[in-house]
Design a protein around this ligand. Structure first.
Ligand SMILES: Cc1ncc(COP(=O)(O)O)c(C=O)c1O
Length: 377
């Protein structure tokens, strides 16, 4: 693999972000195999690269979008289906999972009869006024303890408010089609899923008692990626989810999920290049041509700890790896064990960098960020 990376870097230049579509397909198939009753709606936010969407679309994935632009990135494939399949239903392929949508977006998606999430009364009013064709999914606040990125502090209705928020929708002449939650991204505490499923099942029961045909249970994202040997196994989590869903929900429930990181994190590798080397207070600083404002943006937004591997061998020492911008904040890692004999022009590579990386990269200081290439497409 190392030789292949070097060849690609020499051919295309660095920084180089290499997306392996075989790995995307493998991840999608593993998700399906381990959670056979759950339809995967790929969370486009994790990596919105169009080729990734295309590969997953061909595999049969559905999609979770958060903005009009993401919606259109997926819709371009659905247009064709819509023409050829008279039973085609947009909900089978897209969920708009941002609980807060601006008025303009709602107006624009109205004609597609979308499935959208909400978690508060003002949003219901807004949807009624600007997108009354929508079906609604109530996002619940659930425990997210121990997840790499916690989401419940910003999203989700308190379970105690759920009954009123559901009633409000039906009273407004709209329909609650389902319930959803997100246990936090890179969830390593499986109890979060068990608690969330329990909370959801109780609210679903109340809906059914009232005669509402609420059917969708959306178990969100958060599925852990094997970043290191300590990461809990997805296969293990899938067993917990399967047995809890069987225990808690009636047979006619439609289970869906919004995996982002799980589909793409392991599918990309970045090759960067050392552009400067300095000893500062005794410690080696490797200055590389990609940083926290570009492909390593996940260090800031995703609380991610990247790994670096050198191609050259040498005695390892604790080094600092920093990005190319003039900002002192642009430090990628303060404690990388790398050979001390690396030189300007040497390459480093970083694995498992497919999620929340290029997606949130900027062009700060005039740096373009990594060139993206695709292999095994
Ligand atoms: C609503 C929603 N769904 C899905 C995801 C994807 O989560 P993950 O990448 O942990 O699978 C996110 C991530 O922030 C999200 O906010």
């Amino acid at each position: 693999m190392k030789n292949e990376l070097i060849k690609l870097a020499q051919k295309h230049g660095t920084p180089l972000f290499i997306i392996d579509h075989d790995v995307i397909r493998k991840n999608f198939r593993s998700f399906k195999k381990n959670l056979p009753n759950v339809q995967a709606y790929y969370a486009v936010k994790a990596n919105s690269n169009q080729e990734i969407i295309e590969t997953l679309f061909k595999e049969g994935a559905s999609f979770d979008v958060a903005s009009y632009n993401e919606f259109m990135q997926v819709y371009k494939y659905l247009k064709l289906l819509q023409k050829s399949d008279k039973y085609f239903f947009i909900w089978d392929k897209i969920i708009f999972s941002n609980t807060i949508k601006d008025r303009d977006t709602l107006k624009k998606i109205k004609k597609y009869k979308p499935l959208v999430t909400y978690d508060n009364a003002d949003e219901v009013k807004k949807i009624k006024q600007f997108c009354p064709t929508a079906g609604l999914v109530l996002r619940l606040k659930v425990p997210d303890t121990g997840s790499q990125v916690e989401l419940s502090s910003k999203f989700g209705a308190e379970p105690g408010e759920a009954d009123d928020l559901i009633q409000l929708v039906f009273d407004s002449g709209l329909t609650v089609e389902g319930l959803s939650f997100h246990v936090g991204s890179q969830c390593t505490n499986f109890d979060n899923y068990s608690s969330a499923l329990q909370i959801t099942s109780e609210i679903l029961k109340t809906c059914r008692k009232k005669g509402y045909d609420t059917r969708i249970v959306d178990i969100g994202g958060g599925f852990p990626v094997p970043y290191d040997a300590q990461s809990p196994r997805f296969e293990q989590l899938a067993k917990v989810i399967n047995s809890e869903c069987k225990r808690l929900f009636p047979k006619d429930v439609e289970l869906i999920a919004e995996p982002g990181r799980f589909m793409v994190a392991t599918a990309a590798t970045l090759v960067s290049e050392i552009i400067g080397k300095a000893r500062r207070e005794g410690k080696i600083f490797y200055h590389i041509n990609d940083g926290v404002y570009q492909t390593f943006s996940g260090v800031v937004f995703d609380h991610w700890l990247p790994n670096f591997t050198a191609f050259r061998r040498g005695k390892k020492e604790v080094c600092t790896v920093v990005g190319p911008t003039c900002d002192s904040f642009d430090k990628i890692s303060l404690s990388e064990h790398l050979p001390g004999n690396l030189e300007i022009g040497d390459y480093l590579y970083t694995e498992n960098i497919g999620a929340y990386s290029t997606a949130s990269a900027t062009k700060f200081n005039g740096f373009d960020g990594a060139k993206i290439i695709h292999i095994n497409k």
